[in-house]
Design a binder for this molecule. Structure first.
Ligand SMILES: [Zn+2]
Length: 125
């Protein structure tokens, strides 16, 4: 049985290199790649979703994908704005709304607004 040695990183173990650090490095690279892929995925979105929390990004993407094929915004509790019937507001959460424009044959996403922004600038107004 070889004796444990202390590597330059401070960890103890067997062999030429510290397996803990190799593992940590692999995890770090994987996380970094996942982060890059996540960031790159935003360039495929028709609207900017970068400021949203991750679970709302996924929810918004699901809604956008569903609206591509159908105009059924009511499925997502969306409703038309009273001051502009062409603008549809779909709640993503208590704090965020997705704004879509009714372009006749389809609903085109315009953006996501926080509850405060939404109350101040009245989308489509
Ligand atoms: Zn180490």
């Amino acid at each position: 049985m070889p004796r444990k040695k202390t590597f330059s990183c401070g960890h103890k173990g067997y062999g030429q290199t510290c397996h803990r650090c190799i593992q940590e490095c692999a995890t770090w690279i994987q996380k970094k790649q996942e982060k890059q892929e996540w960031e790159a995925s935003f360039s495929l979105d028709p609207i900017n979703l970068r400021h949203l929390p991750a679970h709302l990004v996924l929810k918004a993407r699901t809604i956008i994908a569903r609206l591509e094929g159908s105009r059924n915004y009511i499925e997502f509790r969306g409703k038309r704005m009273r001051h502009n019937r062409l603008i549809i507001s779909i709640p993503l959460s208590r704090d965020y709304r997705m704004i879509c424009r009714d372009c006749g044959t389809k609903l085109v996403p315009e953006g996501v607004m926080s509850h405060e922004e939404y109350n101040v600038c009245k989308p489509g107004g």
